[in-house]
Design a protein around this ligand. Structure first.
Ligand code: SF4
Length: 397
């Protein structure tokens, strides 16, 4: 349409905010950015899209006075069509019922900026965890077709990409509409020319024996698991409406650890879920401590309006949530340090990413998700792979 990207609010006619609503903090950040844009340039037209836009009616406290156009998650894909009229001073809102969207909207990416581009293979989620607003923002699960995904990977591989990351809201639900499973897609990816691929977050009981067997034999899979765990206390898991027990999760983590050479085993944990007592938290904490995890992404439970958990009694005080999150962050430092120590003096295949002009070092990434720094005089190593010995590490956390 003749627009170009600019860096300053003052130079911009339109500000598009593709928002996240996963926690109340991300909502506040959206409000802050929209207000700042208007403050710095009162003539700017603010477009709010993404998950805050899709669920704006659920957020009673979200102030839309500085928003000129609200576009839902499906409508944002046709942004161009909706921009007309914006400069005639009309405010607008186009947010359809996300649960009516049953088809995946595929967009081909031709020139990715990143060395490890993400390929969105799936959207939405059929589960209803009691704390989660995502299904209301993204709708039910729908999958990108195998042909689209393979053409995208072929295109990227042809233009020199070595690694792709398969992402989605709930990638374990990929293929449900056709009676297919994620492992069927991975089987097809195995036949492409891409050198390696990584998986986004996985739900515990979707890594079954068939999947595990496949991943163990795969030449392209990077042994990096991000597990959507949330708790290791059965009472809390039940309150969260998660569909597995702590024992199943613990067993799976042990099996994954034994099945791969030093896999990266990361997990998400919510601290201070309603009714989580000190004892419940300690149970989760001690279970995590006993496991060979590499990383714990801990965050305090955040009330999302209109979800069942928001209405639960026994909400945990903010100060307690903060304390528990800090304890988990400390545990994460310990676990990550142990993981790096176990990898010391091991050979790993790395993918070169960026070179720092200041230090002359490249940052690179191993298959098991360790960030590595390599000093090298050459300037053309970006996007190449090499096997190196991991000599030493800094405790970054
Ligand atoms: S599985 Fe994940 S995306 Fe789906 S409802 Fe639960 S937390 Fe939300």
């Amino acid at each position: 349409m003749g627009f170009s990207e600019v860096q300053e609010y003052n130079d911009a006619d339109i500000f598009v905010l593709n928002s996240c609503s996963v926690t109340s903090h991300s909502d506040s950040q959206s409000a802050y950015l929209l207000n700042r844009a208007k403050r710095e340039n009162p003539l700017i037209k603010n477009i709010l899209t993404g998950c805050v836009a899709q669920t704006v009616d659920l957020h009673k406290n979200f102030d839309v006075k500085n928003v000129d156009l609200i576009l839902g998650n499906n409508e944002k894909l046709e942004l161009k069509e909706h921009i007309e009229g914006l400069f005639e001073g009309k405010k607008g809102k186009k947010v359809g019922d996300i649960f009516n969207i049953t088809k995946f909207n595929h967009k081909m990416v031709e020139n990715p900026y990143q060395t490890r581009p993400s390929i969105k293979i799936q959207e939405g989620c059929n589960n209803r965890c009691s704390y989660c607003i995502i299904p209301y923002a993204r709708g039910n699960s729908r999958s990108n077709g195998i042909e689209n995904i393979i053409s995208q990977i072929d295109l990227l591989a042809k233009s020199g990409t070595k690694e792709v990351v398969l992402t989605g809201i709930h990638i374990g639900q990929w293929g449900l509409e056709w009676g297919l499973e994620l492992v069927d897609l991975l089987g097809e990816i195995e036949k492409t020319d891409i050198l390696r691929y990584r998986l986004g977050s996985l739900y515990i009981n979707e890594i079954d024996n068939k999947m595990l067997d496949f991943l163990m034999k795969s030449e392209k899979f990077c042994p990096h698991f991000h597990l959507s765990l949330q708790s290791l206390c059965d009472k809390t898991l039940l309150n969260m409406n998660r569909k597995y027990t702590s024992l199943e999760a613990i067993e799976l983590i042990k099996v994954l650890y034994d099945s791969f050479e030093e896999p990266f085993l990361g997990c998400d944990i919510i601290a201070g879920f309603p009714s989580e007592t000190e004892e419940d938290f300690k149970l989760t904490y001690n279970n995590l401590k006993a496991l060979p995890l590499s990383y714990i992404h801990a965050f305090p439970y955040s009330i999302r309006e209109n979800t069942p958990a928001a209405k639960m009694k026994n909400q945990v005080q903010d100060s307690v949530k903060t304390k528990r999150t800090q304890m988990l962050n400390e545990l994460c430092k310990l676990k990550h340090g142990e993981f790096l120590e176990r990898n010391k003096n091991k050979e790993q295949e790395i993918l070169f990413e960026r070179k720092s002009l200041k230090t002359g070092s490249y940052s690179a990434i191993t298959r098991n998700y360790i960030k590595v720094f390599v000093k090298d005089k050459r300037d053309d190593l970006r996007n190449t792979v090499k096997v190196v010995n991991l000599r030493d590490f800094d405790k970054l956390y």
